[in-house]
Design a protein around this ligand. Structure first.
Ligand SMILES: Nc1ncnc2c1ncn2[C@@H]1O[C@H](COP(=O)(O)OP(=O)(O)OP(=O)(O)O)[C@@H](O)[C@H]1O
Length: 323
């Protein structure tokens, strides 16, 4: 599913007739979504938009395999927080997108501080990411096991392997977005994560993304916009002020994703094949950018299928060869 396609209701069924409730199903997620939509309505958001925001939010939680209340907190408080933040950012309230305030959910450019459930934050020294004996199972199926990986400041690591061997899953574990079944994850606190696809909201402009992701990372709106525009320029892209993301080409949306991943100046960048749709020139700029990050002392982990990328990297982890 693309980020711009209508989001299916993760719980099935239509909303209660006449109300904003996005789900007709029972269960904690649908209850959260209904409470969230109700509070948005109470705060003056139009019913169709409230319904869509609630669907989007619960869908993002489902994609993170997390209950909405675990990801966003109590529904009514999150709705109020959203409205307050939007007013602070002086944005057009018709462009509301709740998940933009939770980068972990929309484009997890700022995953929660510290490490995954089984690890801890790394601070001193130059190690930015350390995986020790990390494994992942879905039910009885082992996807991978025994992954050891250390990435230091100024290094680029590539994760390679056949389709379905778990590269994206491993990257999500590095970002603390997926829980490992075994092993420990330690990483620096400032992490930028660029997903393979998704991660942007179709009804926001690029500038609005910069402002909202900046707000989530504590960057003032004007600075976030100028930083975003500067980073976009390095990918040969000049964002238009009023063009909605849903009207951008796939490659340009990926540029936006990359910019959002770097907006808060992370120490560790986790990139999941972020170049899909790039033309040749942009692809070369992308790799130049990775080398510039490396030379600036950042650590980079990139999932790739393209073996000629590997000439640029310091280490290659073949996930197909793990376990
Ligand atoms: N939430 C989930 N529940 C069950 N299985 C899952 C889940 N997420 C991923 N998988 C399975 O785990 C395996 C690894 O998926 P993943 O997307 O990490 O692979 P990948 O190496 O990145 O694939 P590709 O190269 O095609 O992008 C796949 O078989 C996938 O179906």
């Amino acid at each position: 599913m693309t980020p711009d396609s209508p989001r299916p209701n993760p719980h099935g069924g239509a909303g209660p007739s006449g109300g904003a409730g996005p789900s007709g199903g029972a269960g904690p997620a649908s209850g959260w979504a209904d409470r969230f939509a109700d509070e948005l309505l109470r705060l003056g958001v139009q019913p169709p938009r409230a319904r869509r925001l609630a669907e989007e939010t619960t869908q993002q939680a489902a994609e993170c395999a997390t209950a909405p209340d675990a990801l966003f907190g109590p529904a009514h408080l999150y709705a109020r927080h959203l409205i307050t933040e939007l007013n602070t950012a002086a944005l057009n309230p018709t462009a509301l997108n709740p998940t933009a305030f939770n980068p972990t959910a929309l484009n997890p450019a700022v995953p929660k501080a510290g490490a995954g459930p089984s690890g801890g934050a790394i601070d001193p020294g130059d190690v930015r990411l350390r995986l020790t004996g990390v494994g992942k199972r879905y039910r009885r199926r082992t996807i991978f096991a025994g992954v050891n990986l250390t990435v230091r400041a100024g290094e680029v690591a590539a994760i390679v392997g056949a389709n379905g061997c778990g590269k994206s899953t491993l990257l999500r574990i590095c970002a603390s977005l997926t829980r490992p079944s075994s092993g420990t994850v330690q990483r620096t606190r400032r992490v930028g994560f660029v997903p393979q696809d998704g991660g942007t909201a179709g009804w926001l402009t690029a500038d609005e993304h910069f402002t909202l992701f900046g707000a989530a990372a504590g960057v003032a709106p004007r600075r976030a916009r100028s930083t975003g525009e500067h980073l976009a320029g390095r990918l040969a892209w000049r964002p238009s002020r009023d063009q909605l993301t849903q009207h951008l080409s796939g490659g340009t949306r990926q540029k936006l994703n990359l910019v959002l991943g770097e907006l808060h100046s992370p120490d560790l960048l986790l990139l999941d094949e972020p170049y899909q749709g790039f033309d040749q020139g942009t692809y070369l700029s992308f790799w130049q950018q990775i080398l510039a990050w490396r030379d600036a002392g950042k650590a980079v982990v990139v999932v790739t299928h393209l073996l000629h990328d590997l000439q640029h990297v310091n280490q290659v982890h073949d996930l197909g060869a793990t376990a």
